[in-house]
Design a protein around this ligand. Structure first.
Ligand code: FA5
Length: 332
C-alpha cells in the first residue's frame, strides 16, 4: 500500500507541476493515453497475487479518475489565465447605425417640399394594365412605348409601369376635383443602361387639377420646388416637348452640377440635365376619368428621382444607387 501511495502522489505532483496548457496535455498523454503509465497499470492486474488483485484494481481505477480530474482542473486554470484581461480604459466598440438610402432622402425632401405646397401622397401598383399606362393617358395605339421592345410585359395586357403617370388616372377615378397629389415610385423600362439611364428607376408624379389652373402655376410650382431642393440661385429651364397626356408639354432641365453649365460628358455638352417632363393635363385625359375639361384644368409633372439625387449629391453615375457599395452609401 505504501508503494501505491507513493506512485499516486508522484503522478499527481507531476501533473500539478505543469507549467502550461500544452504541458498539462503532455501529462495527459504521458499517463492516460493508450500507452500511458496509468493505462499500462491496468495490464499489470493479471500479474498481481489473487488476494491483492481487487485492491490493486480499485487503486488503478481511482488513480485514473483522480489524474483525469486534476489534468482538467490544471488545464482550466491555464485557459482562464490565457484569457485577455478586460481593459476598462479602452474606448467602447463602435456601434454601426443604419442610414437612409440617398433616394429615400430625396423622396422625403420631395414629400416635405410639395407637402408644404399642399400636395398629398398617392400610390399605385407597379404591375399595371395597358389601360392605365396607355389608353387612359391618351396614348395612340401606334405609340412606340407600347411595344415590348420598350416596355416589360408580365403577360398579355399587363406590364411593369413605365411611368408613374398611371397614378394620375387612378387618383382622378377615385374622387372629385380638386386633386393635388404627388406619387413617388419605381418604374421599369426595357432600356440600355449607362451613366444617366437604368432599366429600373424612380419617378415622382405630380398632379394639380382645379378651376382656372394655368401653365404659369406649373412653372412657378416647379421653380419653387427646385429652389427649395437646390438653393435660391438654381437655374431652371423649360423646353417645349410632346407627351400624349399633356398639352402644351415641356421638359424641365436644371443647370449641370458637374460643369456648372459649361458643358461636359455628363450633360452631353449642353450644360443642362433633364430632370422631368410636365405640361397641362390633356382634356381627353380629364374626360377619360369623368372630369369636365371645360370647368377644370390642371398640370402634371414627372421627375426622375435618381436624376434629382445626382444633382443634389454630385453623383456622376446613376448605377451607383443600386450597386450597394457601402463606400458610396456611407457618404449619406
Ligand atoms: C415621362 O415619364 C412622363 N410620364 C413625364 C410626365 C409626367 C410628363 C406628367 C408630363 C406630365 P420621361 O420619359 O421623359 O417622361 O421621363 C421623366 C424623367 O424620368 C426624365 O426626365 C428623367 O429624369 C427620368 N428618366 C427617364 N428615363 C430614365 C432612365 N432610363 N433612367 C433614369 N431616369 C430616367
Amino acid at each position: 500500500m505504501e508503494d501505491f501511495t507513493q506512485i499516486r502522489e508522484g503522478i499527481l505532483r507531476d501533473i500539478r507541476s505543469s507549467v502550461s496548457l500544452e504541458d498539462a496535455e503532455d501529462k495527459r498523454i504521458k499517463y492516460l493515453s493508450k500507452k500511458g503509465e496509468i493505462t499500462l497499470l491496468f495490464g499489470q492486474i493479471k500479474t498481481i497475487a489473487p488476494d491483492k488483485k481487487r485492491e490493486f484494481g480499485q487503486f488503478v481505477n481511482s488513480l485514473r479518475d483522480e489524474a483525469l480530474d486534476l489534468i482538467n482542473e490544471v488545464k482550466a486554470g491555464f485557459s482562464d489565465k490565457n484569457k485577455e484581461p478586460i481593459d476598462t480604459t479602452l474606448p467602447g466598440r463602435k456601434f454601426y447605425r443604419g442610414r437612409y438610402h440617398p433616394l429615400n432622402l430625396i423622396k422625403d425632401e420631395l414629400k416635405t417640399i410639395f407637402g408644404q405646397m399642399g400636395f398629398s401622397v398617392a400610390t399605385g401598383p407597379e404591375v399595371e394594365t395597358e389601360y392605365y399606362i396607355f389608353d387612359a393617358l391618351n396614348m395612340p395605339s401606334w405609340h412606340p412605348a407600347r411595344k415590348t421592345t420598350d416596355s416589360l410585359y408580365v403577360d398579355k395586357g399587363r406590364l411593369l409601369r413605365t411611368e408613374t403617370s398611371s397614378v394620375q388616372i387612378r387618383t382622378m377615378e377615385k374622387g372629385k376635383p380638386p386633386f393635388r397629389i404627388i406619387s413617388p415610385g419605381r418604374v421599369y423600362r426595357n432600356e440600355k443602361e449607362n451613366a444617366t439611364h437604368t432599366a429600373m428607376f424612380t419617378q415622382c408624379e405630380g398632379l394639380y387639377i382645379n378651376r382656372g389652373v394655368s401653365f404659369a402655376e406649373l412653372k412657378g410650382t416647379l421653380k419653387e420646388f427646385f429652389k427649395a431642393l437646390y438653393g435660391k440661385n438654381t437655374q431652371v429651364r423649360f423646353r417645349p416637348h410632346f407627351f400624349p397626356f399633356t398639352e402644351p408639354s415641356a421638359e424641365v432641365d436644371v443647370s449641370c452640377f458637374k460643369c456648372g453649365g459649361a458643358g461636359c460628358s455628363l450633360c452631353k455638352s449642353s450644360g443642362w440635365l433633364e430632370l422631368g417632363g410636365c405640361g397641362m393635363v390633356h382634356p381627353k385625359v380629364l374626360e377619360n376619368v369623368g372630369v369636365d375639361s371645360e370647368e377644370f384644368t390642371g398640370f402634371a409633372f414627372g421627375l426622375g428621382i435618381e436624376r434629382l439625387a445626382m444633382l443634389k449629391y454630385g453623383v456622376n453615375d446613376i448605377r451607383d444607387f443600386t450597386e450597394n457599395d457601402l463606400r458610396f452609401l456611407e457618404q449619406f
